[in-house]
Design a protein around this ligand. Structure first.
Ligand code: NAD
Length: 259
C-alpha cells in the first residue's frame, strides 16, 4: 500500500523529526510526510543499521534527510540527538514521537525492570524529545499562527483493558494524558500537540510474528491496518490543514474498539 497522493501538500518548507523513524509505523510516516513535498525528514532511532537503510530509501526519493542514532530515554541524549538533526537540516517545524517498545508480560508477572524500561522509552523518551523539539520550534516564524506541531503515537490499548500487556497500555494512557497537558500548555505558544491511537498494524514485524490473522479478525473493516493507513492520518495531522486540534488523541482503529 502507498500513501494517499490526495493528502494536503506542504505549502511552506518544513522539517520534521520522526523518532523511531527507521522501521514499522515510523518509517511509513517518514514516507507519508516526505510525499507531501517541501519536507526535510530527520530520523532519531537507536537502531543504526535500520536507520541507514531508512535514510537510503528517503534519499532514493530525493528527500532531504538526516539521522541521529541514539537513545531518547535521557534528557541529555534527547537534547543531543535533536541538536544533531537541527544542525544537519537547519531547523525544526515538527516532531512525530513514534519510538516505542512493547514487550509483552502477563499482568501478574510485570517486573520492576519491565516497568522502568517501558516508562523510559514510551513516556520519558517521548517527553524528553518534546522538550528538546519545542525549544527549537518556539522561535519559528508563525504560519497561520502556528510555529510547530508535535504528534504523539499512543495506542488503542490506552483506552481498553489489556491484561497481556498492561504496563504498555498504562504507558500509552500516560501518553494520552501528556498530550492533553502539553497541548493546553503549548497552544498559546503556537505549537499544536496532538496524538493518534492506532489498533494493531500489519508491520513487517507483525507479519513475521504471525499476528496479522488476529489483527484482521479484530477489525470491523475486515483487514488489519497497513502502516500507511495510520501514517496518512499522521501526515494530515502534521499538515497545515490541521490548525485547530489541541491536545486531542485520534483513535484510528478500524472499529476494533470504539472508546
Ligand atoms: N505495531 C502496532 O501494531 C502498533 C499499534 C499501536 C501503536 N503502536 C505504536 O507505534 C509506534 C511504532 O510501533 P512499530 O510497531 O512501528 O514498532 P517498531 O519496533 O517497528 O519501531 C519502533 C522504533 O523505535 C526505535 N526505538 C526503540 N527504542 C528506542 C529508543 N530508546 N531510542 C530511540 N529509538 C528507539 C526502534 O529502534 C524502532 O525503529 C510505537 O510507539 C508503538 O507503541 C504500534
Amino acid at each position: 500500500m502507498t500513501s494517499d497522493s490526495s493528502l494536503p501538500k506542504a505549502s511552506s518548507p518544513r522539517t520534521i523529526l520522526v523518532t523511531g523513524g527507521s522501521s514499522g509505523l515510523g518509517l511509513a510516516t517518514c514516507h507519508a510526510l516526505a510525499d507531501a513535498g517541501n519536507t526535510a525528514i530527520g530520523i532519531v532511532d537507536i537502531n543504526a543499521e535500520a536507520t541507514e537503510a531508512a535514510l537510503a530509501e528517503l534519499r532514493a526519493k530525493g528527500v532531504p534527510c538526516a539521522a541521529a542514532v541514539g537513545d531518547i530515554t535521557t534528557r541529555d541524549s534527547a537534547e543531543a540527538l535533536t541538536a544533531e538533526i537541527v544542525k544537519a537540516l537547519g531547523g525544526l517545524t515538527g516532531l512525530v514521537n513514534c519510538a516505542g517498545v512493547y514487550p509483552r508480560r502477563p499482568i501478574l508477572d510485570i517486573t520492576d525492570a519491565d516497568w522502568d524500561f517501558s516508562f523510559s522509552v514510551n513516556v520519558r523518551g517521548l517527553y524528553n524529545m518534546t522538550i528538546a523539539a519545542v525549544a527549537r520550534m518556539e522561535g519559528n516564524a508563525p504560519v497561520r499562527n502556528i510555529r510547530g506541531r508535535v504528534l504523539n503515537v499512543s495506542s488503542i490499548d490506552a483506552f481498553k483493558p489489556h491484561p497481556k500487556n498492561a504496563h504498555y497500555a498504562a504507558m500509552k494512557a500516560a501518553v494520552v494524558s501528556l498530550t492533553r497537558s502539553l497541548g493546553l500548555e503549548l497552544a498559546p505558544k503556537g505549537i499544536l500537540v496532538n496524538g493518534i491511537a492506532p489498533a494493531g498494524i500489519a508491520t513487517a514485524k507483525a507479519h513475521a510474528a504471525g499476528f496479522v490473522p488476529e489483527l484482521t479478525a479484530q477489525s470491523a473493516i475486515g483487514r488489519a491496518a497497513e502502516p500507511e493507513d495510520i501514517a496518512d492520518v499522521i501526515a494530515f495531522m502534521m499538515s497545515d490543514a490541521n490548525r485547530y486540534m489541541v491536545g486531542e488523541t485520534v483513535v484510528t482503529a478500524g472499529g476494533y474498539y470504539i472508546p
